[in-house]
Write a protein that binds this ligand. Structure first.
Ligand SMILES: [Zn+2]
Length: 218
């Protein structure tokens, strides 16, 4: 998925937060580059770290929904997907005072049925284009090489400000050890060298239009 925009705009997104030592470092790096991003929030974490969530909102970033927790939506019947999406949206809107427009299903796992259920909850499903590979146990240099290869106007970059765990009802193994703030700062330096401004999805779509393609996987 990408955004058609005539501007030198690239969308930067963060999943799986808020998380202490992740979200705060990312916010500092975004602020120092005058960048704005979209944060796909886990409600299971918003409840634990409401102060961090308030910091994301106060810094002017866009709030979107990642899920009530990190379980695959494809493991639920459609009615349950719709309920979980609607409940997550309502709780995030209550917590942040922002309208929530987007939902990114955990792992990008979706079928036509889950996609329609999300839309019936008043949300637009959003996947991503390039990834910063910040969930893989590789070096920052390898991640940045990937970012340099894939950076382009209208791209939607996947990053993480946290790492889902048992408290989000999943076991994805140990979290990779990395400074998420340092990675963000270096990604934004790459973007600046390409003349790209990092913006939230809502801002980028405000000046362009979404390019969607059917993309389903369980
Ligand atoms: Zn996730």
């Amino acid at each position: 998925m990408a955004v058609r925009t005539g501007q030198s705009t690239a969308v930067v997104t963060y999943d799986d937060g808020p998380e202490p030592d992740g979200t705060d470092r990312v916010l500092t790096a975004l602020a120092s580059h005058a960048a704005r991003a979209t944060f796909f929030i886990l409600v299971s974490r918003a409840r634990r770290y409401p102060g961090l969530l308030r910091e994301v909102v106060a810094a002017g970033h866009e709030i979107a929904l990642h899920g009530l927790d990190h379980r695959r939506l494809t493991s639920f019947p459609a009615a349950e997907v719709r309920r979980r999406s609607a409940d997550g949206r309502a709780e995030l809107e209550d917590l942040t005072g922002q309208r929530v427009r987007w939902m990114r299903p955990p792992y990008g796992a979706q079928t036509l049925s889950t996609s329609l259920a999300i839309q019936r909850a008043g949300l637009t499903p959003v996947l991503w284009g390039p990834s910063s590979w910040d969930w893989k146990p590789i070096t920052q240099e390898a991640r940045l090489a990937r970012v340099r290869e894939t950076a382009s106007a209208g791209s939607i970059l996947l990053c993480h400000d946290g790492f889902a765990d048992a408290r989000d009802a999943v076991d994805d193994g140990p979290a990779p050890a990395l400074d998420r703030g340092e990675l963000t700062a270096r990604i934004l330096d790459v973007y600046a060298s390409y003349g790209l401004l990092a913006r939230s999805l809502g801002e980028a779509i405000g000046e362009g239009s979404a390019i969607r393609e059917a993309h389903f996987r369980r």
